[in-house]
Unconditional design. Sequence first.
Length: 105
Amino acid sequence: MENYLIPANTKKGMLYFGVFNTFDLILFGTGIGISLLLLVILPVDELVWALVAVSPGLITGFLVFPIPNYHNVLTVIKNIITFFTSRQQFVWKGWCVMDEQEDSK
C-alpha cells in the first residue's frame, strides 16, 4: 500500500515563515523603524509621548498579525473594502421550467 503526502496548504510555502509576504515584512519593518526613530526623538518620559512613539510599530504589527483563513489582518481589511466599494452583481437564475432549453429532435 502506498501512502501519498498531500500538503494541507501549499500557499504557505510562498510566504516567509509560512505567514508573511514581502510587503508585510516591509510594512512591519518600516513601522518598527519609525517607532525606534520616534523613541530617540520624542521625550518618552511621559506616557502619552511613549504611546505616540510606539504606535507605528503597534499598528503595523496589528496589520500583519496572522489570523485564521487569511494570512493577516491587512488582507481581511483589503477584502472588506473591495467587497463594499465594488459593484455587486447577483444574477438570479431561479429554478424555473421556462429557463431550461428544449431538446430539438
